[in-house]
Design a protein around this ligand. Structure first.
Ligand SMILES: Cc1ncc(COP(=O)(O)O)c(C=O)c1O
Length: 467
């Protein structure tokens, strides 16, 4: 795809690009005004909550890849409620499954039998590579990704008898006391004690780090730091290593080829377990594989525990920690329980979402549409000097905005201006990275080529204004 404005399908000079046609009329909105909602939020909700945009957007309806504000204005959703709506807002099959379950039974907990949790567990483990051991894994359903990561660390500590954990700098694994310690981005760290026994290894960032994209051995070289950390900061025995195959909140940083294979080898030699945080990378988003560890790690790289959330439920508050059975068994010596994990309604939503992912070949779609979109973003990179890097896989993409390509100085203000302008022109994207200068593009995976062309035209205008 080229995004050059001279292409036949491009709008006339000065004309705002038009969203692709979409046959859906939002319901008339009759609730409180945006200003009233904002005032109530300020008065009654914690000030820790943030909103995107100088003039926050109020979203009251969603249909597939589009969102509607209270005035009925349509936006292309290129951020999917933070990488969560996997198959489309209010997908009809998901809606129907949830409606049916809501009418029958909403809650009992796992102290009684219910088919949904068992059936979903069976279906979920069938998505792991045959013979990997995870295809015989067991599920602990949670209410969030952070809770799944908490469990994974607890399991690893129970199983190994070791305490130390190695995570990566620039990681985001959640906001509980355990997971805030795993996370390693300053803006997400409250000034309280957290992270006992957690050590952060060097970030294998091929755009800004010592070894770049042109170094075929970069993965192995960055992995050496894990060995160094193990020797200097731990008693030589560790409980676990945890990483996102592509860091999400951290700004779409993709682990280099060979990195996971080498780190897993080092960690296992120290008695530790390997955890893949697939909260953003799972469920086909990578395009070339269902799970991020398969896509980024390559053949033979298999974690002992996989954590997931977000895309698993197309918006349901649902997560899961899948572990090899011998790992999960370590926690069975004591009781462990959560009230809502495995709730029949969230299980129905998760199961219907997975059915749609498989039936509608969402992974293939992420590969095909993602490649098309990446081509368009690379075209923008060729034509705009402030686009420093375009990276990611499938439909998990990042565009890093810099002052210039030589200094690579993070252009935080320019990125913020592009982000605002995109919204004004009808596209909602995400923003992240430690300097807030990476546009995060991770849409519902039902987007079309026409949506990608629209996004690229909008970005072309928004980035072009930042000279
Ligand atoms: C990679 C990753 N892990 C864990 C989490 C935490 O998930 P939750 O917000 O559901 O607790 C997130 C949230 O953004 C995430 O991106």
């Amino acid at each position: 795809m080229t995004t050059a404005p001279s292409k036949p399908s491009a709008p006339g000079v000065g004309a705002a690009p038009q969203l692709p046609p979409f046959d859906h009329k939002p319901a008339p909105y009759t609730g409180p005004s945006k200003e009233e909602v904002l005032a109530m939020r300020r008065e009654f909700l914690t000030p820790a909550l943030i909103t995107y945009y100088k003039d926050p957007v109020m979203i009251v309806e969603g249909k597939m890849q589009y969102l509607f504000d209270e005035k009925g204005r349509r936006y292309l959703d290129m951020f999917a409620g933070i990488v969560t709506v996997s198959v489309g807002h209010c997908h009809p099959k998901v809606l129907e499954a949830v409606r049916r379950q809501n009418e029958l039974l909403q809650h009992t907990t796992t102290i009684y039998l219910h088919p949904n949790i068992a059936q979903f567990g069976k279906k979920l483990v069938s998505t792991f590579p045959k013979g990997s051991g995870l295809d015989k894994g067991v599920c602990y359903f949670t209410n969030s990704g952070g809770e799944a990561n908490d469990l994974a660390i607890m399991m690893a500590r129970c199983k190994t008898g070791a305490f130390d954990v190695i995570a990566l700098r620039n990681a985001y694994h959640g906001m509980s006391s355990f997971t805030m310690g795993l996370s390693a981005i300053q803006s997400w760290k409250q000034p309280i004690p957290h992270g006992f026994g957690i050590h952060h290894a060097r970030l294998p960032d091929r755009y800004r780090g010592q070894w770049g994209y042109d170094d075929a051995d970069a993965g192995r070289k960055y992995a050496e730091d894990v060995l160094d950390l193990l020797r200097s900061a731990t008693p030589g025995q560790v409980a676990a290593f945890i990483a996102e195959p592509i860091q999400g909140v951290g700004g779409t940083i993709e682990l280099p080829p060979g990195y996971l294979a080498e780190v897993y080898r080092i960690i296992r030699a120290a008695g530790g377990l390997c955890i893949s945080d697939e909260v953003q990378t799972g469920f086909g988003r990578m395009g070339d594989a269902f799970w991020g560890f398969e896509s980024i790690g390559g053949a033979g790289v298999v974690p002992d525990i996989v954590t997931m959330a977000k895309g698993i439920g197309n918006g349901a508050p649902l997560g899961c920690c899948v572990a090899k059975p011998e790992v999960a068994a370590a926690m069975a010596k004591r009781l462990h329980f959560n009230t809502y994990g495995g709730n029949p309604v969230s299980m129905a939503q998760g199961m219907a979402t997975l059915d749609v992912i498989l039936e509608e070949k969402i992974q293939e779609r992420a590969r095909e549409i993602g490649a098309y979109l990446q081509e368009g973003l690379r075209d923008l990179q060729k034509r705009h000097g402030i686009v420093g890097d375009v990276r990611g896989r499938g439909l998990m993409l990042g565009v890093e905005i810099v002052e210039d390509r030589t200094s690579k100085a993070p252009a935080t203000a320019k990125c913020a201006a592009v982000f605002e302008r995109c919204k004004d022109l009808g596209v909602l994207v995400g923003k992240g990275g430690p300097n807030g200068n990476v546009l995060r593009i991770k849409p519902p995976m039902c987007i079309t080529r026409a949506d990608c062309e629209f996004l690229c035209r909008v970005l072309d205008i928004a980035i072009g204004e930042q000279r």
